[in-house]
Design a protein around this ligand. Structure first.
Ligand code: DGL
Length: 289
């Protein structure tokens, strides 16, 4: 059975795995539900009403699992929907924000690369304005890409020079990654521009750690082992996969109707959503087990 009361991570696809990895040391042994909607990725080229419908499905799942907290491991969804999601759900929601402020402390010419939806969002425009007020001498350009997230979803492993087809001709000192998918291209983008690269993932880990410590202070730690969701809920949440590690050995199981493997001091990771199989393979390939 799937353990309730865990931490949800949401992304349109594989991008959120880079956020999950950055958060790995702050998960406090809670179960994690990684919900990736790869079948509908990329979100960045879709109209908001479509993105909203997909995201609400995922967040309803987190609500059924009594999620302790949810990380929107996606800039696009954060930029478009975080305010209404916070108003609609009781659990704390942590979003991801492009690291424009940290980059402005370091360089004078910044290039923010994001999805089309994030690049044209009011949230990013407000962020850029705030940075400009604090650092008036910093030049900030924003580029919205229709193709980069898809490239990463497809497992791009080409040379940095191949990125010339997807990135603008600029000479930035710092590149800010405004899409969690791009974290997988971080080194290549840095090499392509000869620039420092920033993503917002470490900041997410810090915010999540704060949220979890506040939660732990405010309530006694609960024993979730007998806290199973009803069968209807499990069926709706399929397919999911469980990875867990026992001593040094890794156990990786796929079950049709769910499984709960309880291992002392280990985080149980459930892959949920339309991209469950793809994400577990990607996770394994990128990070090993
Ligand atoms: N990884 C997501 C982001 O941070 C979504 C990319 C997409 O689906 O277009 O924006």
């Amino acid at each position: 059975m799937m353990r309730k009361g865990g931490i949800g991570f949401f992304d349109s696809g594989v991008g959120g795995l880079s956020v999950l990895r950055a958060c790995k040391d702050v998960l406090c042994g809670y179960p994690v539900y990684y919900y990736g909607d790869n079948a509908n990725a990329p979100y960045g080229n879709r109209p908001i009403y479509e993105v909203r419908a997909y995201v609400r499905e995922a967040f309803d799942f987190f609500a059924r699992m009594d999620a302790l907290a949810v990380v929107i491991a996606c800039n696009t969804v954060t930029a478009l929907l975080i305010d209404e999601l916070r108003a609609a759900y009781a659990f704390p929601i942590v979003g991801v924000e492009p690291a424009v402020f940290p980059a402005a402390k370091v360089g004078k010419r910044l290039l923010v690369v994001a999805t089309k939806a994030t690049a044209s969002s009011l949230r990013l425009k407000n962020l850029v304005n705030r940075v400009q007020i604090t650092y008036p001498n910093v030049e900030i350009k924003v580029f919205g890409s229709e193709k980069l997230a898809e490239l990463v979803e497809g497992g791009f492993d080409g040379a940095p020079s191949e990125l010339s087809r997807y990135l603008p001709t600029e000479n930035p000192e710092c590149v800010v990654l405004g899409c969690t998918h791009y974290s997988f291209l971080s080194e290549k983008i840095g090499e392509y521009y000869g620039a420092k690269v920033f993503d917002g993932n470490e900041a997410v880990a810090k915010r999540l750690a704060n949220v979890l410590s506040l939660r732990q202070e405010s309530r006694q730690k609960k024993d979730f082992s007998s806290d199973y969701p009803p069968m209807g809920c499990l069926l709706r949440s399929l397919p999911f996969f469980v990875r867990t590690s026992k001593a040094k050995k890794t156990v990786f199981r796929l079950k049709k109707y769910g499984v709960c493997v309880k291992v002392k001091n280990a985080t149980t990771l459930y892959f949920v959503g339309s991209g469950a199989l793809k994400n577990i393979q990607f996770y394994k390939r990128m990070f090993g087990f």
